[in-house]
Ligand binder design. Sequence first.
Ligand SMILES: [Zn+2]
Length: 63
Amino acid sequence: MNQHRSDLHALAAAYALDALDPAERDDFTAHLPHCEDCRRDVAEFGATAARLAAATAQEPPPA
Ligand SMILES: [Zn+2]
């Protein structure tokens, strides 16, 4: 019955993008303190999402 636990690792990107269902979010939030891999993934995805958000929120630079 460890399949659910392994699935949690795949939720890191969705968590960073705030795209999880509330139940999934709760599960992942509980998993995060125990999983260094997921903390790193969330940090990396979060940084990428922030860059994308900043890029799309601003006028594109003139070519
Ligand atoms: Zn994990």
